[in-house]
Design a protein around this ligand. Structure first.
Ligand code: SAM
Length: 194
């Protein structure tokens, strides 16, 4: 193993210090490599520690150039099916928000994302499934006033994750590490010696 230069080590720690274990996404059949990659890159920027995916209609997408290597810094966890994924996340204390326009959907700025939050995004073609809508706690939407009825999924993910970042910045969540020591040291070692 090559030694890690002090500057590199410092940088790894700086990034790790801002990682948020209690902010995540669940991607439901988001299968286009560039969308998947763009979302993971945004997760890295916002400080998402781990991202989740369910691929019941096709394979887990490969990463494209768009990811810019962010897949090395965000843990990607895939689940066999949606129900298992949602139950796992609920058991970990996450509130689940599906990005889905329905009668009782709330504006994406309403929730308190300083609490453990998981945002579920739907497939490019058919959106969030009925099953997902029934399993989550809330539906949220980004208001739109154009002719086209939806945003690209990676754009929607960026808008919502940066609202979560805004709230978490205001709450001081990026000022010192919020990871438990074991996760912190295990991750730092994995990042330093991939
Ligand atoms: N035809 C699909 C439908 O009817 O739902 C459109 C899916 S849209 C292209 C893909 C995903 O982007 C959605 O499942 C959702 O996760 C997200 N998305 C798009 N526009 C959104 C908005 N205005 N608010 C929240 N999420 C949005």
């Amino acid at each position: 193993t090559k030694p890690v230069l002090p500057r590199r080590y410092h940088r790894l720690r700086e990034v790790l210090n801002r990682r948020q274990k209690d902010l995540t996404v669940l991607l439901e059949d988001v299968h286009k490599p560039h969308n998947f990659s763009a979302i993971i890159r945004t997760c890295d920027a916002v400080g998402v520690f781990a991202a989740h995916g369910v691929y019941q209609h096709g394979d887990v997408p490969a990463f494209s150039e768009t990811a810019k290597g962010s897949q090395k810094w965000v843990n990607i966890q895939t689940h066999s099916d949606l129900k298992t994924a949602v139950n796992d996340l609920k058991n970990q204390g996450f509130t689940l928000y599906a990005t889905h326009l329905s009668e009782n959907a709330i504006d994406y700025r309403t929730p308190d994302y300083t609490q453990p939050s998981c945002i579920l995004f739907g497939a490019e073609k058919w959106g969030v499934s009925e099953e997902a809508v029934n399993l989550v706690d809330y539906n949220i939407y980004i208001p739109m006033f154009g002719m086209v009825e939806s945003l690209n999924v990676s754009v929607a993910a960026a808008v919502i994750l940066f609202e979560a970042q805004r709230q978490r910045l205001a709450a001081g969540y990026y000022e010192q590490s919020r990871l438990d020591p074991e996760t912190y040291h295990r991750t730092l070692f994995r990042w330093a010696y991939p």
